[in-house]
Design a protein around this ligand. Structure first.
Ligand SMILES: O=C([O-])CC(=O)C(=O)O
Ligand SMILES: [Mg+2]
Length: 215
């Protein structure tokens, strides 16, 4: 299993470039089924995340697994949680403070969060399917670290999670270097397209069509 320790890819060195490339470019360049649910949205404007995934599954309406997962997480990991998309406040300021103290760097949760003003003040990146007030029980230990399916993507511990204003993707470590280099090429090509469009070119011609829409 890959992990932050044995990874070949230094995410810290490339984080700013990944934020600039963005999930839309990384996803298109990957050619992979690596999209998590489009229902996942940032809990505060400007939240962005590049980190190693620690997959977690909770019972609906129960957040004990999140407390346990923070204890088990390695610094630099982000929790990627299937909380059954239930509208409960599984996570808030208390868990954010605990996570930050342990070096956990973000949260992606198919479920609800609360205390978003305080989470934003702490600059802790959170992506959730809802903002929800309802509390949770603490009865079920859930599953921590096991591979997790989300849409067409399967998320394993140590996969690279990228999340921003456009969405959330998950890329296996051994594919990440190729995805980044293809993304750089794609971004360069789009910069050139933009230059030509601003000079009066048409996207119809740039994409290789004639005026009747034929290639
Ligand atoms: O208390 C909870 O279970 C969730 C929450 O609001 C917090 O972490 O602050
Ligand atoms: Mg709270």
């Amino acid at each position: 299993m890959s992990s932050p320790q044995d990874s070949r890819y230094d995410l810290d060195a490339i984080r700013e470039e990944i934020f600039t490339l963005g999930t839309a470019t990384l996803y298109e360049a990957s050619g992979m089924d690596c999209l998590l649910s489009p229902a996942l949205r940032p809990a505060w404007p400007g939240a962005a995340l590049v980190a190693r995934a620690l997959p977690v599954t909770t019972a609906a309406g129960d957040n004990l697994a999140l407390h346990l997962a923070i204890e088990q997480a390695r610094p630099g990991e982000a929790l990627v949680v299937d909380a059954q998309q239930a509208d409960h406040g599984y996570w808030g300021e208390v868990l954010t403070a605990f996570a930050q103290a342990r070096g956990v760097v973000g949260l992606v949760i198919l479920g609800g969060v609360r205390d978003v003003r305080d989470i934003a003040a702490r600059r802790f990146p959170v992506f959730s399917t809802s903002i929800a007030l309802a509390g949770t029980s603490k009865d079920d230990a859930g599953e921590i670290g096991a591979p997790m399916r989300c849409g067409h993507a399967v998320i394993r511990r140590g996969d690279v999670i990228v999340a921003d204003h456009d969405g959330v993707i998950s890329i296996p470590d051994d594919a990440f270097a190729t995805v980044v280099s293809r993304s750089r090429e794609r971004a360069e090509q789009e910069t050139e397209y933009m230059r030509q469009l601003e000079d009066g070119a048409s996207s119809v011609t740039l994409y290789g069509f004639d005026r009747d829409g034929r290639r």
